[in-house]
Design a binder for this molecule. Structure first.
Ligand code: ADP
Length: 391
């Protein structure tokens, strides 16, 4: 039956969404679902997981528990993913039995393994850093022929927040790295890119093939973990158009439905290289909740439930997002610091409700809307937030 809310006559508009995963991304998806009148059920292992507080219901199970996903599928119209730790082979059986996954399993397939993702991007002619599977250059002599140090070694699967990414500076570091890791096959090696800055783009595609891009932003990483995002990024309209064209090629080649995050390196000679694709909502898009007409979370829900996409543009001249990363091992809700942060004009503090802090753990984030894009305004705001949080 055709639906008047749909941009696509034969497209069913869904109201019940299942999410595999219950961390902070699912939590923010749940908040957006409430606003859109969408019912959200999560599959997640623990009652302390962030999304439990906003979900309509919870199936308590590990995210790779297929029986639990099958039970989830019976209560929702469409299932989506919080992260890329997806058991494609297992889920294929459910898809064959008619379960609707968005994005589809076939559009996720080339993206879940970092080496296969690089090969896929290369096959589309999209610019990426020089790379090779580690098993192809297992010896130092071979690697020295192909790359100059430093090189970057990455775990092909299950890396996140830089956990599986290692910058190897020289021969000595190369030797000691492999000493406790004999399994070359599960890594890839790539050239270290001396980038001018890193950029992020959230790109969405609907069931009918409509695409929309949030602003291209600058992302700042420390120790391979995202610390700050600045919207819009300090780049020309040509660079923005190039990034959008790359995103469009990718979305269409994958027949992707939903939102995905693209991380880029911008080199000194203005070359855009794709570092990574995250086929889901992403930390670099958190600023969209306050700064854009449609947040990345609402956009993803609109796309996967078969609706038309929302307006992704900024509704403020600029905005910054600062991650509140754990700086100690402690059990604390940091109530006083959060209170101080929330008093900054135009600031919104998001707290993920995690009970245990440890260094580097993402505990929350703050978004501040700005009246202008002046570098001094941005720097002042970033250092104000960080000096409160890390003091
Ligand atoms: P994760 O998937 O865990 O986020 P990434 O592969 O995105 O890991 O790497 C995290 C960060 O490490 C990047 O944002 C960047 O700062 C740095 N990095 C990764 N690959 C390279 C590279 N080839 N050259 C230079 N820096 C890199």
């Amino acid at each position: 039956m055709s639906n008047p809310n749909s941009t696509f006559p034969d497209c069913q508009v869904y109201k019940r969404v299942g999410v595999i995963g219950g961390g902070q991304l699912a939590w923010m998806l749940g908040l957006a679902a409430r606003d859109l009148g969408i019912e959200l059920i999560v599959q997640t292992p623990s009652a302390t997981d962030s999304a439990v507080s906003v979900a309509r219901d919870v199936i308590y199970a590990p995210i790779d528990d297929l029986a639990a996903t099958q039970a989830l599928s019976q209560r929702v119209d469409v299932i989506t993913f919080e992260n890329e730790f997806v058991d494609l082979v297992g889920l294929e059986k459910l898809a064959d039995a008619g379960v609707c996954f968005r994005p589809s399993l076939s559009s996720l397939a080339p993206l879940l393994d970092k080496l296969e993702q690089r090969q896929f991007l290369e096959s589309l002619g999209l610019a990426i850093p020089k790379f090779v599977g580690a098993d192809h250059v297992a010896t130092l002599t071979e690697v020295s022929k192909t790359f100059a140090f430093p090189v970057v070694v990455k775990a092909r699967r299950h890396g996140y927040d830089g956990q599986g990414t290692f910058v190897i500076k020289d021969v000595g570091a190369w030797d000691s790295f492999w000493q406790d890791r004999p399994d070359f096959n599960s890594f890839l090696i790539e050239a270290f890119v001396p980038f001018r800055c890193e950029l992020g783009l959230m790109a969405a595609r609907s069931v009918s093939g409509e695409v929309a891009f949030h602003p291209l932003v600058e992302t700042q990483q420390e120790d391979q973990v995202c610390r700050r995002v600045i919207a819009p990024g300090p780049v020309s309209s040509e660079i923005t158009s190039q990034a959008q064209a790359m995103a469009q090629t990718l979305l269409e080649a994958l027949d992707f439905v939903g939102i995905l995050g693209i991380e880029f390196f911008l080199t000194a000679d203005n070359q855009l290289l794709i570092n990574e694709i995250a086929p889901r909502t992403h930390n670099s898009g958190h600023y969209t909740i306050e700064a854009c007409h449609t947040s990345q979370f609402a956009q993803h829900l609109l796309a996967i439930t078969g609706r038309g996409l929302g307006n992704p543009d900024l509704q403020s001249p600029a905005g910054v997002m600062i991650n509140l990363l754990g700086f100690e091992t402690a059990t604390s809700d940091y109530g006083e610091k959060r209170q101080t942060l929330s008093q900054i004009p135009q600031a919104t503090v998001h707290w993920y409700g995690k009970t245990q802090a440890y260094p580097g753990r993402k505990l929350g984030h703050v978004t501040v809307l700005l009246h202008n894009q002046e570098p001094e305004t941005i720097t002042k705001t970033l250092s104000q937030i960080e000096s409160i949080w890390y003091s």
